[in-house]
Design a protein around this ligand. Sequence first.
Ligand code: NAP
Length: 526
Amino acid sequence: MTTTPESLESFLSGRWQRGEGIETTLVDPVTGDELATVSAKGLDLQGALEFARREGQRALRGLSYAARGKLVGAVADVLVANRARYEAIAIANSGNTKTDAAIDIDGGIGTLKYYARLGAGLGDAHALVDDKPARLAKAENYQAIHLMVPRRGVAVHINAFNFPSWGLWEKAAVSLIAGVPVLAKPASATALLAHAMVKDVIAAKVLPEGALSLLCGNAGALLGALTADDLVAFTGSADTAARVRGHANVIAKSVPVNIEADSINAALLAPDAAPAGAAFDAFVREVVREMTVKAGQKCTAIRRVFVPAQTTDAVADALAEKLKATKLGDPRQADTRMGPLVTRAQQAAAFDGIRRLASEATLVCGGAEPPTLDGIDRNRSAFVAPTLLKLDDASEAKAVHEVEVFGPAATIVPYGDEQDAASLIARGGGSLVASVYGEDKDFLVRMVREIAPSHGRILAVDPAIATVHTGHGIVMPQCNHGGPGRAGAGEELGGLHGLRFYHQRLAVQGSSDLIAGLQASAASLH
Ligand code: NAP
């Protein structure tokens, strides 16, 4: 007997509502089974935004940062209490292994808890000050200060398919601490987890009315209904980012937009790193981890592997050995180390990208064909084998710096000297993250300085931290997440810095008494 998959409801204007028909069917990427459907057709998005602006703002604005920190902590508690159910959803809808699911689920919960603590640290304040008062004229009692006050609109959070939990909560945590209600729109293909989590949070009644809304289905007329008070935080592909940023209403109303887009991230091995040395081993371990965790579907994953020209073959052999030994399969099997991509459309896009990379590079392992796996139907599943490519000469290659394969694929790029390495890395056009591995600290410092302008984050690994660092691709809430150029030129997280996007920053000029009064009732951002 076939059952009709559940149609996921959206939580808008304080109630669960179902759109008309089917816009997207959510599928298990191992079996091809249909899991659920989504549609936002016919939903009143303008009314939903007005409700969040009115009710959510009213409730959140009256609270201090510390009180909002308690709300965010309570959301984390609800998710912890229900965690066991989320893993099964992540396995079914995203093809996650347990490790992949933990990065998404626990990453989201951890970020909520971190911001709950930051909120507590800001105390009873209702505004932030950004610096110390400055004297503006000869008169000592005339001063200015930069104040930051929560914005009055709704934060629309549009998320990518690869982190249905972390993407939702890393944005919501910061927005709620700042006092700005959230309307979250998960990517349709993997909306099941975000839907289940929000359903639990709403049922637990830990947030005030209007503080959190959920849109399951296409964005439709959402951007057209934004006002100048609202904000958009977007994570996804550069193509969609350009459509969001270029939307006529977004431009007309000067709606602030934060973009986290795609990125061809680099890892670099130092020139003097000997095969089988500490830096070499740390490098190989991290590249393999980045290529295989979440089947390479991390915006921060290593795509370009920079190695000294004379070490190319040693690195290729070491990586290929580990990649070929990675057990690919159904994540429900205990020995599976890597699952499928989330959909067959993503699989087709990855194969297309691999073919484009292979037009300039040699295939070391993997490829642009579905792998043959025991008990898995290659016509219904979305697997891509770990795929390593190698350039013999990097000077003319273009695709490696332009094509983001959003899957388990990376290309080895040989470099000549430090300057050559730095200029090749910059050809990525701006990235979220790079990592550099070496034993010579002076080299690491030079390289960090050299490649810093085209990155939002750099991990520098010397043997002292080789086994303790948090990983190239893992976004820590203490650290900036975002990157220049192709990566979208956005900034998220980074501790208190992340609150800036949700605040209006203004200079207040007045008497020193007035400025002192404002300062006393605000918390310092530093
Ligand atoms: P996508 O196709 O660009 O979709 C991203 C989100 O935008 C989805 O929620 C999508 O909704 C929505 N969307 C699509 N068209 C829209 C429109 N016209 N107006 C408003 N929203 C619209 O990206 P994806 O395939 O989900 O994610 C993969 C990409 O995201 C990769 O390129 C990856 O590098 C990037 N990424 C970046 C980061 C980062 O932090 N920098 C993190 C993760 C992923 P529907 O699903 O309903 O179409």
